[in-house]
Design a protein around this ligand. Structure first.
Ligand code: PMT
Length: 232
């Protein structure tokens, strides 16, 4: 139907930051507010999809009709995402996942050592959630359609194309997070959409606009790809 083009589809979306504990009272994280991912979830639900929203710690209400799974760390987000990915038609990674976590979070609060001017923390790499989903998709043969984001502060298109290829994504939403009033925490965003293997050649540029509006355009473009190339 025209109003609900996503009816019958299951869309999973990650949103927000992850929080990587250093000790019981401290963590590593970033400035993601969850607004972009929650806007995607709301748009997908409005277009008729069944939506699973895997969210890091944010203070936003759950959009109507959306099933929300709360997580804190990248490892928890990885597990929840893998559990859902096999069952969904579209997987969208909008979360700002910490690339590293503390190798061994301290059991007790880390004490300041008066005699030392520096503290060394050893970090280890987190799994790349969206790359794992895309690899498992390729192994299973075709589903879901995988959409990543790229948050860049320079050379937007080149870095985004590299992520699109390296992570084996079907589509990437590249946003310049150094522009004032856009990106992390803002209500507005702008994006360059790119597709794998020459589809949509030069990409599509979406000018600055409310995240709610941009989200709808992103979902519609992903749905358009499914109807051209059914994945199930
Ligand atoms: O939450 P808001 O305040 O509204 O801000 C929105 C946003 C700027 C966070 C969002 O638009 C955005 O760009 N999200 C992706 C942020 C990011 O971490 O980008 P990246 O270029 O580091 O990662 C590339 C892709 O790999 C992303 O799809 C990311 O979810 C994924 N990734 C990254 C690392 C990792 N360990 N696992 C992943 O799945």
């Amino acid at each position: 139907t025209q109003d609900t083009p996503a009816l019958g589809l299951h869309i999973a979306i990650t949103a927000g930051p992850t929080r990587e504990p250093l000790d019981p009272v401290r963590y590593l994280s970033n400035h993601s507010s969850g607004k972009m991912g929650f806007a995607l979830a709301a748009a997908a639900a409005e277009l008729g999809a069944r939506v699973s929203l895997i969210s890091g710690p944010v203070s936003l209400p759950t959009p109507d009709g959306v099933e929300r799974i709360d997580v804190e760390t990248a490892l928890q987000m990885h597990e929840a995402s893998r559990r859902l990915a096999g069952d969904c038609d579209i997987f969208i990674g909008c979360a700002a996942v910490a690339d590293y976590r503390a190798e061994a979070p301290a059991e007790h609060k880390i004490k300041k050592v008066e005699s030392e001017d520096a503290l060394t923390l050893r970090l280890v790499k987190n799994p790349d959630i969206i790359a794992d989903i895309a690899n498992e998709r390729d192994a299973a043969g075709g589903r879901p359609f995988v959409v990543g984001f790229a948050a860049e502060t320079r050379d937007l298109e080149a870095y985004a194309r590299d992520k699109l290829t390296r992570k084996r994504l079907d589509m990437i939403v590249a946003n310049d997070v150094s522009s004032a009033g856009l990106g992390f925490g803002a209500d507005d965003n702008a994006a360059l959409l790119l597709w794998r293997d020459g589809e949509g050649e030069g990409g599509e540029s979406l000018p600055p606009q409310p995240k709610t509006q941009l989200a709808r355009a992103v979902i519609e473009r992903a749905l358009g790809c499914l109807s051209v190339r059914p994945v199930h």
